[in-house]
Design a protein around this ligand. Structure first.
Ligand SMILES: Cc1cc2nc3c(=O)[nH]c(=O)nc-3n(C[C@H](O)[C@H](O)[C@H](O)COP(=O)(O)OP(=O)(O)OC[C@H]3O[C@@H](n4cnc5c(N)ncnc54)[C@H](O)[C@@H]3O)c2cc1C
Ligand code: SF4
Length: 508
């Protein structure tokens, strides 16, 4: 059928479909595309707007305005106020992410069986099958040296010197031009974000996508979820338009992310004991290195090199090219010092780590339909974070960096190569470290015990009928690897279960 966008005036919009899907990111788009391929009608309801490649923003300010969730204003509530970064647009966070594709580790699936009561054999078989299919559908491409550019090559060179290179980078891209701007949306249209790679199939199957339509509440008749409701909201001015209601004949799938899904369920009156709990993350932190020769961080794949060699130590290493405005915000000093440092920007390289943190936080429903995220790293996590940042500095030095910008409060802004050991002396206080949370998990976790999980092992929300979760909120652990591949495969499993007419009830 069609795509329906912001409606300022008129009679309230009323629609229906076999399945209503809330959110069009990794989980929502994958579920919707799979449902239509199985012959069901779908209505995807998305809070953000469509952004075709030609209208992607040209700078970071525009990206925060047009693509990021509420101007990237969600911060963790805890000793350190760290940004929780997510997309709010058709395609969700896949529009602003780096398109790195990693399969679900076997160890993790086994832990879902042992610790959360999921059928690990079923999960291993289905995830493998769906991840095979997704890799064909999303055109997995290995980053070549030409695509990667010098900043990725230097990272690989430094890590090899320390024996820490084990991982070739695979991404959802088709002929990536290495413009290093994935976070601003891919204006070249090379990234296979799900607005481009999956949602068109929903429209061509005759189903509907409604955008600029944040869902306020899930509608229930008794325990049964029968639809969703909300009010159109203009993507730039936030002006309210007309109300909308979408009714579901078979099921409502909520895939609004690890922060918005629990907040929406709580707002809708659900009271499950574990709802909003077990929120987890891979907090990310970066270290800059200054090199004699130009590095040209802005040429080459945004994240074209990674290493899983330190996974047992609890972190994954990657490169990350930052838009210039973000780089300026990360550089220490102001006035002429900042101008001088910006003048060195061609000589900077940026390495990051994603910490496989043990910490568990909580999401609550806040005012103005915003989630409140409480999160705090423990001592053991902080120790590994500090150790990982020291390792990033060592890789820079092994690749030839003269100086390091550690970005840690209390250390000199610039450390000479022979002083990087000072990183290991930094007190384990979270306020010293600047992290961002971009890989998010939990809040409505899968499990066989309603007192410890938000949904049963098939994603059916405890205490309800017809209500299924299919985004990162369902994942009961961290993964230690980039999550999109796992989220999409889990969402396809949920879609297949609904298409197979499995009972959509989890009445605890
Ligand atoms: C900068 C960055 C880089 C990343 N890079 C990678 C990478 O390279 N590889 C990888 O595997 N992962 C990466 N990730 C993580 C990955 O993108 C996310 O884990 C994944 O997209 C989460 O999927 P999701 O379905 O849970 O949520 P999302 O993809 O965030 O989708 C949720 C959608 O729901 C919508 N929504 C929220 N509330 C409502 C509501 N009330 N009504 C209607 N719609 C609503 C949102 O607008 C959004 O579109 C990255 C993340 C970030 C921030
Ligand atoms: S690196 Fe550039 S061309 Fe490649 S996917 Fe990202 S934005 Fe697109």
């Amino acid at each position: 059928m069609s795509s329906i966008s912001y409606q300022a005036t008129g009679v309230p919009l009323e629609l229906d479909a076999d399945v209503v899907v809330v959110g069009s990111g990794a989980g929502g788009a994958a579920a919707a595309a799979h449902l239509v391929s199985q012959g069901l009608s779908v209505c995807v309801v998305e809070a953000g707007a469509w952004r075709p490649p030609e209208s992607m923003p040209s700078d970071f300010y525009g990206a925060m305005r047009d693509l990021f969730d509420d101007w990237q204003s969600t911060l963790t509530l805890g000793p350190a106020l760290w940004p929780v970064v997510q997309g709010r647009c058709v395609g969700g966070t896949t529009v602003i992410n780096s398109a790195i594709c990693v399969r679900t580790p076997e160890k993790i699936i086994a832990s879902w069986g042992a610790e959360h009561g999921l059928d690990a054999t079923y999960y291993a078989r289905e995830l493998e099958q769906h991840q095979d299919a997704l890799e064909t559908l999303l055109h997995i491409e290995e980053v070549t040296p030409e695509m990667g550019g010098r900043h990725n090559a230097l990272a690989e060179q430094g890590a090899r010197a320390l024996d820490g290179h084990d991982h070739s980078m695979r991404r959802y891209t088709k002929g990536c031009e290495g413009r290093g701007r994935c976070m601003l949306g891919c204006s070249a249209g090379r990234k296979q974000s799900l607005d481009r790679a999956m949602l068109p199939s929903v429209l061509s199957a005759g189903s509907v996508i409604v955008d600029c339509a944040p869902v306020s509440r899930i509608l229930f008749e008794g325990r049964r979820a029968v639809g969703v409701t909300g009010t159109f909201t203009h993507p730039l001015t936030r002006t309210k338009g007309i109300p909308f209601t979408v009714r579901a004949r078979r099921a409502v799938i909520v895939a609004a992310s690890a922060t918005h899904t629990p907040a929406l369920l709580l707002r809708s009156g659900l009271k499950g004991k574990a709802l909003g709990h077990h929120f987890r993350s891979h907090p990310g932190a970066g270290v800059l290195g200054i090199y004699d020769e130009p590095v040209d961080l802005h040429q080459g794949a945004t994240q074209g090199w990674a290493s899983l060699a330190f996974r047992d130590a609890g972190y994954k290493l990657e490169t990350l090219s930052l838009p210039l405005q973000m780089l300026a915000a990360r550089l220490p000093g102001g006035g002429t010092t900042l101008v001088r440092r910006l003048g060195q920007s061609r000589h900077l390289n940026h390495l990051v780590l994603g910490l496989n943190a043990r910490a568990s936080g909580r999401v609550r429903a806040g005012p103005a339909e915003r989630p409140i995220v409480s999160y705090k790293l423990g001592r053991d996590d902080l120790e590994r974070l500090r150790e990982g940042m020291h390792l990033l500095a060592r890789i820079h030095v092994a690749a030839g960096a003269r100086q390091i910008l550690p970005g840690i409060t209390g250390l000199p802004a610039v450390l000479p190569a022979d002083r990087i050991g000072d990183i290991l002396k930094v007190p384990l206080n979270p306020r010293r470290f600047l992290c961002i949370l971009s890989h998010l998990f939990g809040g409505v976790t899968l499990g066989d015990d309603p007192s410890r999980s938000g949904a049963d092992p098939h994603g059916r929300v405890w205490g309800t009928e017809g209500l299924v979760v299919a985004c990162a909120s369902a994942i009961p652990t961290t993964l230690g690897v980039n999550p999109q591949h796992t989220i999409m495969a889990l969402a396809r499993m949920r879609a297949q279960e609904i298409a197979d007419n499995r009972d959509v009830r989890a009445v605890a």
